[in-house]
Write a protein that binds this ligand. Structure first.
Ligand code: HEM
Ligand SMILES: [Cu+2]
Length: 571
């Protein structure tokens, strides 16, 4: 690979050490690192909120009767807001936060291409979140995160349903603006010597995701606009009695939302590629295959939407959508085998990041297999709208995206805060989460196969034992999250100092202090060659140069302070 010169700014000038004061994160900033943290903190808030709703859902499902909820409407609102919050206010913004923080650093750039636009995209999220939650007091949204008419039209009279749609509109605009920024940054701001084939795979993943967002999200906006018009302006796009068509929503919504499941998982795939190769000290296996399979997924992802509508689809259209849905498993399989190839013969360090990476790999395979099962029409007709689907989507989104987010947090937290997370707590978090996750979601396959429908508060008594097991595991899963939250807070105060490059990684975000100074890089340029060249003599030389410039911290943490290490003096 070509040698890359990391551009350095501020040569010869004293660069102030970055501060981590809370108030800096509460106001408008165009620094991509602050914006990245703003995304992540906001998303974490919604994760906790959405998680609390999940606990209530599982509480209600402890018995077959309607006991805790006043009525079905209360339950409908719970799963509607739970699903919407987890997808649109947790996973998507959290991964966008990683992208914001890391993309300019990985490219050796000062910032994103459009810093102001970046801040604007973030600041659309808090009002959207408030709108979503305020709907609770205005006649709740209760049509599920998919909001099919006529559930979302004539059967959801409250204004909350309209606010739900407006909130999603804002989130969609935010996503599109963010994605445009990523595409322009990645295509234009790479340092000399870094062609597209030298980009870290996380950058490839964000590029593929951004292309999907720019192409797909306008369709969500279109569907939402029609829905809002039907609700407030008396149109009848979705009202069959007046010549409308309910399936119109399903087609347009899934034309966005199937690609959107890849918006939620491709960045996590990118995290996995980084984490596995760094913590296994192995060059990534099949670099180009991983990069190009993301692009293939982006493309094929637009041809499978009707697999969500098999039960309402004309029979002759089922086969083509079944075939494309099965084809999309191929690029995903290519990635899985490339990651296994990366691990093979590696010097695996079982750090918390690596454990969650392996957890991701194992759980995602189960979700991928249930996906292919669902793509098969005869199976789908049998289990559509049952707990089998609930199980599938949680294996890919929780076992995949959320485990990927966890792996990324353990991996990049030291860069973002200058402090290490406690590894023993990390391992405890992994073990409890992994086991309770499995027992929360795996039995849902069986309930689904036996015919338990999704989105119901009242169910047949024979499903109770399964549901009690699921609920108890879910409560443990909920509690396990607090191990991570505690670890994060404690790390800010008493965590070991991280130094610039605690994992001895080769991508550029580690070639500067933790956290990086404003504009990211200072001092003499660093010569850098291969982001995945672990075990090569060039990598050893490069790491030596970095060590000299940013000596690893030697002193134990003394005072209780969240102030990071000062900027480097150079050498
Ligand atoms: C091997 C690739 C995959 C295939 C073939 C596949 C197939 C399917 C099918 C056929 C359904 C519809 C089930 C039904 O309602 O009858 C479905 C649902 C779903 N899938 Fe996948 N899937 C795959 C991967 C993924 C991934 C990677 C994600 C997310 C990261 C995902 C997220 C979802 C979600 C959220 C739903 C449920 C939507 C709802 O609420 O109705 N899937 N999948
Ligand atoms: Cu789909």
């Amino acid at each position: 690979m070509a040698s890359i010169t990391v551009p350095q700014q501020g040569l010869g000038r004293a660069i102030p050490a970055p501060s981590l004061r809370v108030r800096d994160y509460l106001r408008w900033s165009v620094d991509h690192k602050i914006i990245g943290v703003q995304y992540m903190a906001t998303a974490l808030f919604f994760f906790i909120f959405g998680g609390a709703l999940a606990m209530l859902i599982r509480w209600e499902l402890l018995t077959p009767a309607l006991d805790m909820m006043a009525d079905g409407t209360a339950y409908n609102t719970l799963f509607t807001i739970h699903g919407t919050v987890m997808i649109f206010l947790w996973i998507i913004p959290m991964l966008a936060g990683f992208g914001n923080y890391l993309i300019p650093l990985m490219l050796g750039a000062k910032d994103m291409a459009f810093p102001w636009l970046n801040a604007f995209a973030f600041w659309l999220i808090p009002p959207a979140g408030l709108l979503m939650l305020a709907g609770w007091f205005m006649g709740q949204a209760e049509a599920g995160w998919t909001s099919y008419p006529t559930l979302s039209t004539m059967f959801s009279p409250g204004d909350g349903q309209t606010m739900w749609a407006v909130s999603l509109h804002l989130l969609g605009i935010s996503s599109i603006l963010g994605a445009i920024n990523f595409i322009v940054t990645i295509l234009n701001m790479r340092p000399a010597g870094m062609g597209i084939w030298q980009m870290p795979l996380f950058v490839w993943a964000i590029l593929a995701t951004s292309i999907i967002i720019v192409m797909a999200t306008p369709f969500l906006a279109g569907a939402l606009t029609l829905l809002i018009l039907d609700r407030v302006a008396g149109t009848s796009f979705f009202n069959p009695a007046a010549g409308g068509d309910v399936l119109l929503w399903q087609n347009v919504f899934w034309f966005y939302s199937h690609p959107a499941v890849y918006i939620m998982v491709l960045p996590a795939f990118g995290v996995l590629s980084e984490v596995l190769s760094v913590h296994a000290r192995k060059p990534i296996f099949g670099y180009r295959a991983i990069a190009l399979s993301s692009m293939a997924i982006a493309l094929v992802g637009f041809t499978v939407w009707a697999h969500h509508m098999f039960t309402s689809l004309q029979p002759e259209l089922r086969i083509p959508f079944m075939i494309t849905s099965m084809i999309i498993a191929v690029p995903t399989g290519i990635k899985i085998f490339s990651w296994l190839g990366t691990l093979w013969g590696g010097k695996i360090h079982f750090t918390s990041a690596m454990l969650f990476g392996l957890g991701f790999l194992s759980m995602f395979v189960i979700g991928g297999i249930s996906g292919v099962m669902l793509a098969s029409v005869p199976v789908n007709i049998h289990v559509h709208d049952t707990y089998f689907v609930v199980s599938h989507l949680h294996f890919v989104l929780y076992g995949g995206s959320v485990f990927g987010i966890y792996a990324g947090l353990y991996h990049w937290w030291p860069k973002i805060t200058g402090r290490m997370l406690n590894e023993r707590l990390g391992v405890a978090h992994f073990v409890v989460t992994y086991i309770s996750f499995f027992f929360t979601f795996f039995p849902q396959h069986l309930a689904g196969l036996q015919g338990m429908p999704r989105r119901v508060a009242v169910y047949a008594p024979e499903f109770q034992t399964t549901n009690v097991i699921i609920s108890v595991a879910a409560f443990v899963l909920g509690i396990s999250t607090f191990i991570l939250l505690y670890n994060m807070v404690a790390s800010l105060y008493v965590g070991k100092r991280a130094g610039a490059n605690p994992w001895r990684a080769l991508t550029l975000e580690w070639a500067t202090t933790s956290p990086p100074p404003p504009y990211n890089f200072v001092g003499e340029p660093v010569q850098f060659s291969d982001p995945y060249g672990y075990g090569t003599p060039e990598a050893a030389t490069y790491l030596d140069v970095l060590d000299k410039r940013f000596p690893p911290p030697s002193e134990p943490p003394s005072e209780v302070t969240a102030r990071p290490a000062p900027a480097p003096a150079g050498d």
